[in-house]
Each structure stands twice: as C-alpha cells, then as structure tokens.
Design a protein. Structure first.
Lengths: 284, 89
C-alpha cells in the first residue's frame, strides 16, 4: 500500500486566463529565464504541493503528461519549416521530454530518479502503478508525482488529436502528489487496481463491492455510461468535473480535490480504448 | 557612419540581447557600450547558452553568421565592437 502525504494543484479552465509566468515569477524570480508555460506550470503545481518545505534529496520525481511539452515542438516546427531557420537553442533544450522534470528537481534540490511518461489515455493510472511498484518494493522511499498538461490551440485540432467529442471543454493543469509507503502522518492511501478491465469485468467488480462508496469518472467516460453505472450500483458521485475541464492528467485534480474535501473512500474510474482502470483512495 | 557611433544600431543590438537572453528586467540603457558583455562588469550574467542565443539573434535579425565560437569571441566583445563589426563605416 502507498500513501498520499501532500497534494497540490494548478487547474485552469478553458475560458480562464491565468498568467502562469507572473505567478511563478512571484515564487522564484531567479528561475524564470528559459522556462516556457509548460515548465512554469510544472514548477508552480509542484510548489503548490511542497511549498518551501525541504524534502529529502534522494526523493524521486515522476512526471506524467498527455501531450508533453507540445508547444515547444510547435515552435521548433515553425522555426524549421515555416521560417526556414534553425531552432532557438533554448527551445531545442526545452524540447527534451524531461526538461520540466529537470527544472522541478533543481528547484527542490532533488537528486533521485527523474522519470517522465507521456501518452494518451490512462497516463496517470500508469505512472501511479510505477510509483506503487517502486515504493512497495522499496526501490524508492518517497516520490513527488505530478501530471502536467498545457492547453493547446487550436482547440478543435486538439480535441481531434485527443479523440474527444466537439462539446468537450479543454483545460490545463499541473497536479501533484507526494507519495511514500509510510502510513504515519499520511492523508490517504492510494492504490491502482492491477487489473485493466473491460466494461463487463468492471461491472462484476462493482457488484462485488460490499460497502457504499463514492465514485468519480475520467473525462473519457461517456455520460450515458456514467448514468447507467450510477443507476445500477449504490454509488455516490464525487463531483469534480464542474471545476475542471478535460486534460489527460486531470485525474490527479480529482484525487487532489477528494483529499482536500472528500470523506471516506473514492473509486476513480477512467477509460481508454474500451478498457477501464480504477484508482482507490481511502482518506485516513 | 561607423557602428559604434550609430545609437539606433546599438539600441537594436541591446534589444536583441535582452530578447534572446530573456533579460526582461534589464533596460537597453543599463547595458554599457564599452564593457565586455560576458564579464562580471556588464551585470548581465550571460553564459554559454546566451552566447548561442545571441549568435542566433545576430543571424536572424542582422543576417550575420558567425562561423564558430572563436569567431563569436572575436566579434561579440562589447556593444561598440559588435556594432563596428556590423557597420564598419
């Protein structure tokens, strides 16, 4: 079993404007140069979780993203193919997948493993499973785990890329958890169920549950299916979607909100390609 | 007019350096004309990545290509020297 010791968030809705650069500059004016919005989101989300507190330098840093730092790739592409110029050195460096991880590690003085996972669908579930395995097997003592996504324009293109319907609102965010295998002083336990399930198997799992529980659903779960599940089983919906538009890593926002304001136990259900995964959080 | 006497050119160079090196807290007036840009005395705290950025800025904004780091060190010393290189007369 692994435990959440801290959680923090930056969450920006589609219609909101949020000056990430100005916000980060207030925190660390000396670490603003050469950072772009994706890196600033990463830093600010992690800072909202850890603050000024020192964490052991051997702590690992696991970062997940649906699209990674796509904005910098767009700039590189435009420089190369539209303006016919070589890339700016800083853009080239920031295009490396784990550059934002480097900045976060540098800010908190972390020297441990620095892992970066980027994929569409269930990326938070996958990186949590890695964290779970590494903490339970004692490979890591503590992991700062974050999910970061930057809103990409044009929105229609982004929706198509993500495989979403036209009515999906898109947001951006940076949500983080500090995890360890130590129960003392923890806020909650967290577990990703090891089985990846189809709809039938998931329903069988729901039917096997003994006690009334709260549930929340990922943005890829269809609303008709969600309504069906809520009717079929004695679940209470933990509402977070009204505060958060879609981005691939927003399950961490839901978990953060549950840790902040929830009670009891939450099952977070998410899907990709008709396969489902369940994250179970129990507040302590 | 030789570059070091062309205030407009020197202002463009300083603005290019501020933009390329993301030194937004510094104004062009704060960059001295005759102090080595990569020295402590300039107050700019530039490093090797800034050198690359300036090299790119010279290429894109002034159409000047510096072949290598040796060439860069020879040309990009002070604002006056850089302006003279771009506009020898």
């Amino acid at each position: 079993m692994i435990y959440i010791h801290k959680s923090g968030s930056i969450n920006v809705r589609q219609e909101e404007t949020f000056d990430v650069k100005a916000a980060w500059k207030k925190v660390s004016p000396s670490m603003i140069r050469r950072t772009d919005r994706f890196i600033q989101l990463s830093l600010l989300g992690a800072y909202n979780t850890i603050g000024q507190e020192e964490i052991p330098e051997e702590s690992a840093l696991y970062m997940a993203s649906g699209q990674g730092n796509l904005a910098v790739f767009k700039r590189l592409r435009d420089q190369r193919y539209i303006y016919k110029q070589p890339p700016k050195p800083v853009d080239f460096i920031n295009s490396l997948s784990n550059t934002s991880g480097f900045y976060v590690a540098q800010f908190f003085g972390l020297l441990g493993k620095n892992l970066n996972v980027s994929r569409h669908g269930l990326v938070i579930e996958n990186i949590l499973m890695l964290a779970q395995a590494d903490l339970e097997q004692g490979r890591e003592k503590q992991i700062l785990l974050g999910g970061v996504d930057e809103l990409q324009e044009p929105l229609d293109f982004t929706r198509r890329t993500l495989g979403l319907c036209d009515d999906h609102l898109l947001g951006e965010g940076s949500n983080w958890l500090l995890l360890s295998a130590q129960k003392e002083e923890a806020l909650a336990s967290i577990e990703v169920l090891s089985d990846q399930m189809d709809s039938l198997k998931l329903k069988a799992y729901f039917a096997s549950l003994q006690q009334k529980t709260q549930v929340a659903f990922g943005g890829r779960c269809e609303s008709v299916w969600v309504e069906e599940i809520l009717k079929l089983y004695d679940f209470e919906l933990f509402e977070y979607a009204s505060e958060c538009d879609f981005y691939e890593t927003n399950p961490l926002f839901a978990l953060h909100r549950f840790v902040e304001e929830g009670r009891g136990e939450l099952l977070f259900i998410n899907t990709f390609n008709a396969q489902y995964r369940v994250i179970k959080v129990v507040l302590i | 007019m030789i570059g070091s006497q062309d205030e407009a050119l020197k202002l463009r160079l300083k603005m290019m350096i501020i933009e390329e090196c993301e030194k937004e807290d510094i104004t062009p007036e704060e960059i001295p004309d005759d102090v080595e840009l990569f020295s402590d005395a300039s107050g700019l705290e530039l490093d090797s990545l800034d050198a690359l950025q300036i090299s790119m800025g010279l290429q894109t904004q002034f159409k000047v290509r510096l072949a290598d780091s040796k060439d860069f060190r020879r040309v990009v010393t002070t604002i006056n020297a850089l302006a003279d290189h771009l506009q020898p007369e």
